[in-house]
Design a protein around this ligand. Structure first.
Ligand code: PMP
Length: 329
């Protein structure tokens, strides 16, 4: 019989899918590493597993302990899935602006969700930060802190990076990814540079206004990428280049990916693809660009894939979301 013991055994080994429609007129191959094939639906399944295993090994997470993390999204799902398998409890702390749908997903996996008011200062005892710190200080509680946990980039060094190298038979020339914690780009980047003797170019994609591309944290709407501070999980030496992309470009490309490549993915994926296509216009014709797509579009149906939401920010292209690549690039 062909089966796995647990759904968590299916983390990793995600496929590369060639982009054919959006790359018309461009010679380099653009291959998407589609991370929604992970069982929790995102790239974050990879880090959840490794962060938990490292904390077990160091004794920070005792048997039957509680994992507490301020997260409302993909990392929470990954942690909850692995925690369920291994018999840990999860408490996720999120601000009240987080949609009910996202909270419901975490609760569906058996996690407890604590909702904190957004309208209080960070030092207030009910703030998102205060509550998670107070919980994490309790006996038997452990906070993974994905922004300051070396197991995050290490998971990509040991899984995502080698997968890309093997899947492309060492022919990858450029790797493109968005930067949130920086774990993906730092881990994959250091592996690919090492194995190729520095030949592979590492290109970050960043929302306009984020610190990684020289901004000061100006607000943007793409979720999961860009920061207003420098996390320790980001290796500031790893990128050869960083391409900044506007919200409008990111979201229009996200819709194009669904409409023309049948890839229903999240907004940070559209952002990374804009950067990858810009790169494809100017690199050698036989180069091979791998672009990582972190999650599925299912979590954004009421935003990116909703015309009223898009129109309210002026993001719809003139012909009602159809748009052409010319509009986007
Ligand atoms: N896109 C999405 C949707 C994410 O949730 C994340 C993780 N914050 C990223 C991109 C960026 O990945 P990383 O944290 O590894 O830089």
């Amino acid at each position: 019989m062909d089966y796995v013991e647990h759904v968590a055994d299916l983390v990793g080994d995600t496929p590369l899918v060639k982009l054919n429609e959006l790359t018309q007129g461009l010679s380099p191959s653009v291959l998407a590493k589609v991370e929604y094939f992970n069982p929790g639906g995102s790239v974050k399944d990879r880090i959840a597993e490794r962060m938990i295993e490292a904390a077990e090994a160091s004794g920070e997470l005792p048997p039957g302990g509680t994992i507490v993390e301020p997260t409302s999204g993909n990392t929470g799902v990954g942690l909850a899935m692995i925690a369920q398998r291994k018999g840990y409890h999860c408490v996720f702390v999120c601000p009240d602006k987080v949609s009910e749908d996202k909270r419901n997903v975490l609760e569906a996996y058996g996690a407890e969700v604590v909702v904190c008011p957004t309208a209080v200062p960070p030092e207030h005892e009910d703030s998102y930060y205060s509550v998670s710190d107070r919980l994490a200080a309790k006996e038997g509680y452990w906070k993974p802190n994905q922004y300051n946990n070396s197991a995050n980039p290490e998971s990509h060094y040991h899984s995502t990076g080698p997968e890309i190298w093997e899947q492309t038979e060492g022919r990858v020339t450029h790797f493109v990814a968005g930067i949130g914690t920086g774990g993906t780009i730092s881990g994959v980047g250091s592996y690919l540079k090492e194995v190729s003797n520095g030949r592979v170019r590492i290109v970050g994609a960043d929302p306009e206004g984020s610190v990684y591309s020289g901004g000061h944290g100006r607000p943007y709407l793409v979720e999961g990428v860009g920061e207003d501070f420098w996390p320790t999980t980001y290796d500031r030496e790893i990128c050869d280049e960083i391409i900044s992309v506007s919200d409008a470009e990111s979201f229009r490309m996200t819709r194009e990916l669904a409409k023309r490549e049948a890839l229903l993915v999240g907004g940070s994926c559209g952002m990374a693809v804009v950067a990858a296509l810009r790169l494809a216009e100017r690199v050698d014709p036989d180069d091979v660009i791998v672009v990582l797509l972190p999650d599925s579009g299912r979590g954004y149906l009421t935003k990116v894939f909703n015309d009223s939401w898009m129109a309210s920010y002026g993001f719809l292209s003139p012909d009602h979301g159809g748009g052409t690549i010319g509009d986007v690039l």
